[in-house]
Design a protein around this ligand. Structure first.
Ligand SMILES: [Zn+2]
Ligand SMILES: [Zn+2]
Length: 66
């Protein structure tokens, strides 16, 4: 079985199917600002903006970086 650790949820609004047209605006926002939701479980992440980008921390999946 092949599983790819891809984005299941929109990092901006936490909704499903981040590649759908409904999230087109979200993707544009995500190009400018850090995501607020974990792309793997849609939990709210603890996001910190750093001088070199951002880091998000999911309580289940650990930290994600830009
Ligand atoms: Zn979205
Ligand atoms: Zn997560």
């Amino acid at each position: 079985m092949t599983t790819k650790p891809s984005c299941l949820y929109c990092g901006h609004c936490g909704g499903e199917g981040p590649t759908s047209d409904a999230h087109q605006g979200c993707r544009q926002r995500l190009a400018m600002e850090p995501p607020r939701f974990c792309p793997q479980c849609s939990r709210r992440m603890k996001v910190q903006v750093t001088p070199w980008g951002w880091t998000g921390e999911c309580s289940r999946h650990g930290s994600l970086g830009s």
